[in-house]
Design a protein around this ligand. Structure first.
Ligand SMILES: NC(=O)c1ccc[n+]([C@@H]2O[C@H](COP(=O)([O-])OP(=O)(O)OC[C@H]3O[C@@H](n4cnc5c(N)ncnc54)[C@H](OP(=O)(O)O)[C@@H]3O)[C@@H](O)[C@H]2O)c1
Length: 218
């Protein structure tokens, strides 16, 4: 598939790299490719080693893609998808892996609550997109390489309104190496998946690193 990964952070890099590795044609979306490369640092080094992965403005990356991954900063995801352009999202599966959070004196405060979530807001703002919330309950390395935790024996959630979009998402997750894809239902379930960040952060403090994941024993 032609896949656009919107986001140049550690999650965007991990997913774009893995999706290219398993044979997809990947473009990474950013606000301004020249500025992003000129900043140097981790993204520039990563991109230099992967000439097969294109870097394009959000709209250009999305226009060419059959499937889009929202790996942008959650507080700015609405703006990122507006820049990508509603017409470029129409009819396409949009995997939303983002979390909204606000810095605080202690742990960051999670944006989702019991009555709304980022996944729902994105689906409302872009009704033509087929939003599937997934992968946001683990760190970027585990998203892209589930085998690094317990040989891949753990759970990834999907939720969204469109059953076919969830089937496409599930197939892609399985290609990446996820073995237990649990369907939580409609996009409203993104509330739970996003609130899980509050739990994840506390587990992270206790475990001391991000190489862990939830396993739903049943
Ligand atoms: N880090 C993890 O392990 C982890 C785990 C689960 C979920 N997540 C979620 O995954 C998403 C990506 O996380 P990340 O740590 O890889 O990257 P990030 O730093 O949260 O986001 C980087 C991306 O957001 C864009 N961005 C930042 N500010 C913006 C603004 N004002 N307007 C438009 N775009 C803006 C950047 O655009 P440019 O490319 O133009 O700079 C960049 O592409 C986040 O929503 C995060 O909560 C992360």
């Amino acid at each position: 598939m032609k896949i656009a990964v919107l986001g140049t952070g550690s999650v965007g890099r991990a997913l774009a790299g893995r999706l290219a590795e398993i044979g997809h044609e990947v473009a990474v979306g950013t606000r301004d490719p020249e500025a992003t490369l000129a900043r140097g640092g981790e993204f520039a080094d990563w991109a230099a080693e992967r000439p097969g992965i294109a870097l394009a403005p959000f709209a250009e990356a999305a226009a060419d893609a059959e499937l889009i991954v929202n790996a942008s900063a959650g507080n700015h995801s609405l703006a990122v998808l507006e820049a990508a352009g509603a017409a470029n999202l129409d009819g396409k599966v949009l995997l939303d892996v983002a979390n909204e959070m606000t810095p605080s004196d202690g742990l960051p405060l999670v944006g989702a609550n019991e009555t709304d979530s980022l996944g729902e807001r994105l689906q409302r703002a872009f009704p033509g997109a087929r939003v599937v919330k997934t992968l946001n309950t683990m760190n970027g390395e585990v998203m892209a390489h589930p085998e690094v935790v317990a040989g891949g024996d753990h759970t990834v959630f999907v939720c969204g309104e469109d059953p076919e979009a969830k089937r496409v998402a599930t197939a892609l997750l399985e290609q990446i190496g996820h073995t237990d894809v649990l369907d939580l239902g409609g996009i409203e379930a993104a509330r739970g998946a996003e609130l899980a960040l509050a739990f994840w952060l506390r587990i992270y403090l206790s475990v001391g690193h991000g190489r862990f994941n939830f396993k739903i024993a049943r």
